[in-house]
Design a protein around this ligand. Structure first.
Ligand code: AGP
Length: 368
């Protein structure tokens, strides 16, 4: 155990720091020049992708959050309608399957009972094909799907999923581009995404430099009962992932909201006792997000804002700004995940919980 953890105190921290390598390994052999190779998903993928007119994504937990991010990409870049659902809900309702729809499951383990059951149901529901994005090559999910893209994250030991999530996002971006190539995505746009993907391991490495800063920030959260995470657009699922990480390993109640929903209820919770974490890259929704954050400030809320270099926001009483290196809208969800993973990790360490094996949880949920 100690030998495998190497210099790291916990597997989770090791796995967070392995992300640049895990992402590079997941990209390896899947790009050629300015293109994503559709054959990476299987020999039949080029033919299937050319027919696909809609996408359904199904998963659980952290893998579900990756699917939620992908919906923004698939609709915006590939121009295909996309629905996302947790597997435990999907499997127990009557669905209308769109014609020529691709059914995609996401799973680190490939053995999650609800996700597997959803796949088995989908296979008899009239989908054009099934595709699994998975980290375990010999898993049931991989064996039973028509198309497969393996995330090459390497074994993930910590119950809290980290590198599996970011490599799923990378895989979903590859899938979006491969589907987009047959649909709305121009060659120039494809080349742009490919260039961003190639530069991604280096960008993630740079964000990991924030570790000491975030370890210090964790002190603020350690004696809190609740934390609110806010984001908009594709950062909303990242806020959900940040909240899940925090509750899972530090046992602090954490909730995520799309920032625009604040005044529809959660604003009533705001006081000095509940830190509010916001994910704020410099994108088209920044001004909207800032006005939501003003509403929090006006009610005495304590803000912790993860923002990139160009976000015009100043530190003042009640507002802490943590700066990330400049990136691009498209890969921001991957970049902004990293500090939230580190935050959850350091809060849990300060609280003295069992970081790698939090109470009541199993790494792979193989029963319903
Ligand atoms: C995340 O940190 C979790 N421990 C959990 O939500 C996990 O993502 C979920 O159980 C799904 O697992 P899978 O990816 O192996 O299917």
């Amino acid at each position: 155990d100690a030998a495998e953890r190497g210099e790291y105190r916990h597997f989770m921290l090791k796995e967070i720091f392995e992300q640049p390598r895990a992402i590079a390994d997941t990209l390896e052999g899947r790009l050629a020049g300015n293109r994503v190779l559709p054959e990476s998903f299987g020999n039949l993928a080029p033919e299937i992708f050319a027919r696909v007119k809609a996408v359904t994504l199904v998963a659980c937990g952290t893998s579900y959050h990756a699917a939620l991010v992908a919906r923004y990409w698939i609709e915006a870049l590939a121009g295909l309608p996309c629905t996302v659902e947790v597997a435990s809900e999907y499997r127990y309702r009557k669905q209308v399957v769109p014609s020529d729809a691709l059914f995609v499951t996401l799973s680190q383990s490939g053995e999650t009972a609800d996700t597997l059951a959803a796949l088995r149901l989908a296979k008899s529901s009239g989908y054009a094909a099934t595709l699994a994005i998975c980290n375990v090559p010999e898993s049931s999910l991989v064996r039973e799907s028509d198309l497969v893209l393996l995330t090459h994250a390497g074994p993930e030991i910590g119950v809290a999923s980290t590198k599996a999530f970011t490599t799923q996002l990378v895989s979903l971006l590859l899938m979006t581009v491969a589907l987009g190539h047959e649909n709305a995505l121009s060659d120039t746009a494809e080349a742009h995404v490919v260039a961003l993907l190639r530069a991604l391991p280096g960008k993630v490495e740079a964000v990991l430099d924030l570790d000491d800063r975030i370890a210090a920030l964790a002190e603020v959260f350690v004696d809190k009962q609740h934390t609110l995470f806010l984001g908009r657009g594709e950062q909303y699922p990242i806020a959900m992932e940040g909240a899940l990480k925090l509750k899972e390993i530090s046992y602090i109640h954490a909730e995520a909201y799309p920032a625009g929903e604040l005044k529809h209820g959660p604003l009533a919770l705001i006081d000095e006792q509940m830190p509010v974490v916001a994910v704020a890259p410099n994108n088209a929704l920044l001004e909207k997000l800032k006005s939501n954050l003003e509403e929090v400030r006006a009610r005495g809320g304590q803000l912790y804002v993860f923002a990139d270099l160009h976000v015009p926001m100043v530190e003042e009483e009640g507002v802490t700004v943590i700066r990330l290196p400049e990136t691009d809208d498209l890969i921001d969800p991957i970049i902004f995940t990293i500090p939230l993973q580190l935050l959850a990790y350091h809060v849990a360490v300060l609280k003295g919980t069992d970081v790698d094996q939090p109470r009541n949880l199993a790494k792979s949920v193989t029963v319903e």
